[in-house]
Design a protein around this ligand. Sequence first.
Ligand code: GLC
Length: 535
Amino acid sequence: MSNNHAWWQTNIIYQIYPRSYQDSNSDGIGDLPGIRQRLDYLQSLNVGAIWLSPINPSPMHDFGYDVADYRDVHPLFGTLADFDRLLEGVHARGMKLILDLVPNHTSDEHVWFQESRSSRDNPKRDWYIWQDPAPDGGPPNNWTSFFGGPAWTLDERTGQYYLHQFVKQQPELNYRNPAVMQAMLDQMRFWLDRGVDGFRVDVIWLMIKDELLRDEPDDPAWDGVTPHARLQHIYTADQPEVHDLIRQMRALLDAYDDRMMVGEIYLPNQQLMTYYGAAFDEVHLPFNFQLILAPWEARAVRRLVDQYEVDLPAGGWPNWVLGNHDQHRVATRVGAAQARVANMLLLTLRGTPTCYYGDELGMEDVPIPPEFVQDPPAVNQPEIAHIVGRDPERTPMQWDASPNAGFAAPGVQTWLPLSDDYAQINVAVQSQEPRSMLAFYRALSALRRDSPALSIGAYQSIDTGVENIFAYTRTHADERVLILLNFAATTHRLDLSRLGSEAEILLSTGMESTGKIRLRALYIVGNEGIVLRLP
Ligand code: GLC
C-alpha cells in the first residue's frame, strides 16, 4: 500500500476472545496453541493484526479482565513458551499481534493488592484507592459499579473501603501515585521486549478519578434501565489528568520500533478526539464505537460518519468498530439480512476497521439458559441480564458441523453453549459455498487490501435522493470507488449519472452482479450493498 501509512492504519484488526476461539487440550476453553492452529484461517481473512482479549493469570471473576499477574500466561491458555510460538507464527505470516492491557484495575489476588490490603501502613497501601467509611459507616461517596451496586467495598481487616467500578474483585489502582505508573510501564515493557506489536488498553478513559472523590450528579436523561447510567460520570471518567498518564505510555511505545496502542473509550466525539493527544502523543487510535451505538438507519449512519470525519483532528487517523466482547453481535443488532451491508460499511469506510471473531460468518448472539449465565453484570442483575449480559456474544467459534463445532473435541463440555445453528453457520460449510458470508468477507477484505482508494483514500458522502441509501466515494490518485448501501429491504432505482455514464461492479453483497452498470438507472435491491469503480 502506501509506504507512508503505518500497519495499524491499513490493516484490519481482528479481535479474538481466547476462551472461545479454539480449544486444543479438551478442557472446553480456548487456548493459545488453539489460536496458533488457526493462523492460516486468519491469514485467509486478509486481516493484518490480531488482538487477544486478556491471557494473563486471573481468577476469572471478569473472565481475564481481573489480572493477577501481568507478566505471565494463564495456565488455561498455555505458557509463555506457547505465547512465544504464537507470536512467531503470527509474525511469520506478516501479521501483527496486539495484547489487551488492563491498567485501571488488578485482580484482588494480585500481589500488589494483597500487600495493599494487608495494613494501613503497608508501602503499597496507596497503590489502590482506599477511603474511610462515610459518617454513617456506608461507602465514601455515591459512585456505582458498571456491573450493579456501589463502587466501594469495605475491607473489614483495615476498616476502609476500596474502589472498584467493575466487580469487587477488581480493585482500582491509584494513578495519583507515580510509582503505580512506573510499575505499569514495567509490565508493558515485559511484553514489548517479547515482541508484541501493541496494546488494546482497557477502559483507558477511566484510569484516574476526581481527587476529591465528589459525588456524581443524577443524569436527567437516564432511561431507567441500567442502574450505572443513572449518574453522570463526571468524576469517575475522562478526568483531565488521564492525558498525562497516556502520554507516559505512548512515550514508552515510541521508544520501540513501530508499536501502537488503541484505547477503549466510550465518549462523544469532542472528548474522544482529545485522546489522540494535542501533539498526537497519546493513543494511536481511540476506539470509535458509534456504529455499535447508533440506530441502524441510513441517514443516521451517514450523519455520524460525516460528523466524525469533521470532528477528527487534522492528521488523526479514523477507526470503526462493529462488534466486541461487550456488545451484542452485529448480525443480531441489525439482523442477518443487513449483516453483509454492515461489514461492507466497516471495510469501506476510511480508517482502521476492527472485526470481532465470528462476525465474518454472521454469527449471532446465542441465548444462554439461566443456569449457564456466567457474566458478572448478568449474574448480579438478573432482571436486566438480557440487556447487560455479555455471554451471548462470547460463545465458541463455529469451525465445522461436528459435535462442538470443531471448537473442542466431541463430548467435551464447552465453557459456554454453542449456537444451535452451528451445523450451517460455520467455516467449513461457508468455505465451500461461493456466495457465503465468509466468501463475501474474504472478497471484501481482499478488495480493501488491494485498493488504495479503499485503504487510504479520501471519503465523501453523496446525496442519492433516497433516504434508505447511504452512498459515498473513496478516492485516491485517479482511483475512484463508489459505495452504495441499502439499509432497507426494498429495491430502489437511483440516477447517479452526474458521476459518469457507467461504472464497474467490484463487489456486491449478494456476489451475483458483475460487469458494467449504467449509472443513470441503477437498481439496488433490498439489503444490498455494491462497491463500484467509477470511470
Ligand atoms: C472493559 C472490557 C470489559 C471488562 C471491563 C472491566 O470494558 O472490555 O470486558 O469487563 O473493561 O475490565
